[in-house]
Design a protein around this ligand. Structure first.
Ligand code: SF4
Length: 306
């Protein structure tokens, strides 16, 4: 069996950075405890990444996952690691008020978007925030621009813009003084596709042609998708290494299937199905939260299959 790797696969810069920080802090806390130092509890708000092996490793080092809705009252001995997609500033303030020490592993690209949202909000912009309402990154950015309007897709964006425009026209007619929301901006979740972001901007632009479309899309997702799409031309089937809970990993499998390839998602070598033996050339890709050692282990197992 021959295995060809996608030219771009696995950890993106933001996830790699967050995982490195998590291991560093967890090991330091474990070493401090074993050498008689003060006990320190390393925690993340929700799982650090969607990868079971990394979460297991960190758990073995003593790291815990906390739920923001049920924080302990006293957290003086806690080190709270902020995940790559960031949190609301209000959540950070609540942790600090309880005595926790914050270690910020927010991806620099997400941080830049949070700061932009705060700046535009302070300047009086009406902000449209494009992305998944329940995604941590969107919840975090919304905390920096509380009056933003979240839109999940182009249709929703157009409807929201139409409502806002109608409300503004009504207020202008009623008070004959309304200047209207002259300053309008669009910010998007970093993982949106450029195509979807453009369509969302166009929907808003029908009602607010002056909308400023802030470039917030990260190329990491697109790069992995494009590399896999190119690889599909050279292989008979595809294995995507990564967690089942990871949306970007599942999306990679969908892309391979959309190109007519038999494709499987594998969290570990044990997930490789026996029927893959029917194919001689296998493409290997991996989601942005998959560590290299898992990719290597899956490749090794494929190479050993006859
Ligand atoms: S996908 Fe991009 S923005 Fe998101 S964590 Fe990775 S590098 Fe950062």
């Amino acid at each position: 069996m021959k295995v060809i790797r996608a030219s771009v696969l696995g950890y993106c810069m933001g996830v790699r950075r967050a995982v490195d920080i998590a291991y560093r802090e967890s090991r330091a806390a474990a070493e401090s405890l074993s050498s008689g130092g003060l006990p320190r509890q390393v925690c993340t708000l929700g799982p650090l990444i969607h990868n079971p092996q990394v979460l297991e490793d960190l758990g073995a080092l003593g790291a815990r996952v906390l739920d923001e809705a049920s924080l302990p009252d006293a957290m003086e001995n806690h080190i709270i690691l902020i995940r790559a997609h960031g949190v609301r500033p209000q959540a950070e303030a609540a942790l600090i008020a309880r005595g926790a020490r914050i270690v910020d592993a927010t991806c620099p690209k997400v941080k830049a978007n949070q700061m932009k949202a705060r700046q535009l909000s302070r300047e009086g912009y009406q902000i449209f925030l494009a992305g998944e309402r329940r995604h941590g990154e969107i919840i975090g950015i919304q905390g920096y621009a509380p009056s933003c309007v979240i839109v999940a897709g182009p249709g929703e964006a157009e409807q929201a813009a139409a409502r806002l425009r109608a409300g503004w026209e009504a207020a202008k007619n009623a008070f004959s003084s309304g200047k209207g929301p002259a300053k309008i901006a669009l910010i998007g979740q970093t993982t949106l596709s450029a195509e979807e972001y453009r369509a969302i901007g166009e929907g808003i632009g029908k009602y607010f042609p002056q909308v400023e479309r802030i470039n917030t899309i990260c190329q990491a997702t697109a790069e992995r998708q494009e590399a896999l799409a190119a690889l599909c031309g050279q292989v008979a089937a595809v294995v995507v290494a990564g967690g089942r809970e990871s949306a970007n990993t599942r999306r990679l499998r969908d892309i391979a299937e959309g190109r007519g390839k038999a494709a499987w998602l594998a969290e570990s070598p044990e997930d490789i199905p026996p029927e893959i033996r029917a194919y001689r050339v296998i493409g290997l890709s991996a989601g942005a939260s998959t560590p290299s050692r898992i990719i290597d282990a899956i490749e090794e197992r494929l190479l050993r299959m006859e």
